[in-house]
Design a protein around this ligand. Structure first.
Ligand SMILES: [Zn+2]
Length: 410
């Protein structure tokens, strides 16, 4: 295993999108050659091997950009196994809430957890993601629902970011659920929290969950206008459980992305296309909850740039594999393998504002590279196994190597 930040990945078939803009037409570039890396960055891609001392022999395998996950709910502690089993037997969310489950059980666990607990658990999950080829992630607060615990989560994200080689982007989701004080009083508290988050530079994005049983459209509009006036970029959870028109409204208000969208209407898709708003689709959650999948095909055909994320969280989805996510995108959302691939690399990086650093294999970008034992991109949704993954390079350093079952050497 090579450990130096200065190395050459030799004899690989590179498959990548190009550039720094999210794409809807998905023209991928295929190049066979050698990738030279210096101090974490790609400095050349060529047919001629150089005299590098540290060489990773690719043996003709595919080299793809590290996957980017633009929507996770790391950090959290605790588990909701009991709730999962109740749901599997057909229990409704209202019954789960009555039994002490649901988001408020995670809020209780996070409030009891120390900052160190949150960091340890967050780093554990970040490492799981990295081992699956995910080299950049978004992390959110949202399980504190009061000043002390929301800020504790954001501080945990900062420490996770300092202690993992992945790129980590922080989002403030204090508006994840409405606590017992009611929406109006809580939004006033959230505004106060926003001022503090801005002052301490604890988050790049502000997010709100606007849906049945969460925040109202009216309250959400007021809140995101305030967040924007403070200089935050805004993302929203919209149209997950019901269609209330908020995805279109948030798009008109300049949201950087609208996420979930399983119940998104045609009118909203049109608005998102006009505004070029990124749609972040989370099919793993639909799969986990046995709910409807987002209308990805209609979005892409209308010109909406689509990204894929996991929505990894303790209640509604515990899957995080980009391979499985791409399988679902192709098999249930009607996306092509190329569209799903771009949605989990360049487009996902664009959602997070990382498009100049991540999401493609190009000179000048971070050397976040995944080596997979597959003949081409189509093979990923067909065989969505983590065993395809043979090496992960993050910021130019090899994190993981698995040469078992290596089939393409000859
Ligand atoms: Zn979410």
């Amino acid at each position: 295993m090579t450990n130096s930040a200065n190395l050459e990945i030799r004899n690989v078939k590179i498959v990548t999108a190009t550039g720094i803009s999210p794409v809807t037409d998905c023209v991928l570039k295929y190049v066979t050659g050698n990738i030279k890396i210096l101090d974490g960055k790609i400095i050349s891609i060529s047919n001629e091997p150089s005299e590098s001392e540290n060489v990773f022999e690719g043996d003709g395998m595919l080299a793809i950009p590290g996957f980017v996950d633009p929507h996770t709910h790391i950090p959290f502690v605790g588990d909701r196994t009991k709730e999962f089993l109740m749901r599997a037997k057909g229990a409704k969310y209202s019954e789960i809430l009555k039994d002490g489950g649901g988001i408020h059980s995670t809020v209780d666990s996070v409030r009891k957890a120390s900052l160190d607990d949150l960091v340890v658990h967050g780093l554990k999950y970040a490492r799981w993601f990295l081992k699956s080829g995910v080299t950049a992630i978004e992390c959110k607060s949202g399980y504190g629902l009061d000043f002390e615990n929301e800020i504790k989560q954001l501080e945990a994200i900062r420490r996770i970011s300092e202690n993992t080689p992945q790129k980590v982007v922080s989002t403030f989701l204090g508006a994840h659920a409405v606590p017992s004080m009611g929406e109006k009083a809580y939004i006033d508290e959230l505004k106060y929290m926003l001022d503090f988050v801005k002052e301490k530079d604890l988050a790049k994005f502000v997010d709100i969950f606007c849906d049945e049983g969460a925040f109202s459209v009216e309250g959400s509009v007021k809140y995101i206008k305030y967040a924007k006036s403070k200089g935050f970029k805004v993302r929203v959870h919209a149209d997950e459980l019901s269609s209330n028109g908020f995805a279109g409204i948030a798009s008109d208000l300049g949201a950087a992305s609208v996420d979930h969208l399983a119940m998104c209407s045609k009118a909203e898709i049109k608005k998102m296309a006009q505004n070029k708003t990124m749609a972040v689709l989370l099919p793993l959650t639909s799969f986990y909850l046995k709910n409807a999948f987002a209308p990805a095909r209609a979005m892409i055909d209308e010109g909406v740039p689509v990204a894929l994320g996991s929505d990894f969280n303790p209640g509604s989805n515990t899957f995080y594999s980009p391979f499985l996510n791409i399988h679902l995108a192709v098999n249930y959302l009607g996306m092509t393998p190329e569209e799903a691939f771009v949605a989990h690399t360049l487009n996902a990086a664009s959602v997070l504002g990382l498009e100049k650093e991540c999401g493609t294999i190009e000179v000048g970008k971070r050397a976040d590279i995944v080596i997979i034992d597959a003949p081409d991109i189509d093979y990923i949704p067909y065989m969505p196994s983590g065993e395809l993954l043979k090496a992960v390079f993050v910021n130019g350093v090899e994190f993981f190597e698995n040469r078992d079952n290596f089939s393409r050497k000859d």
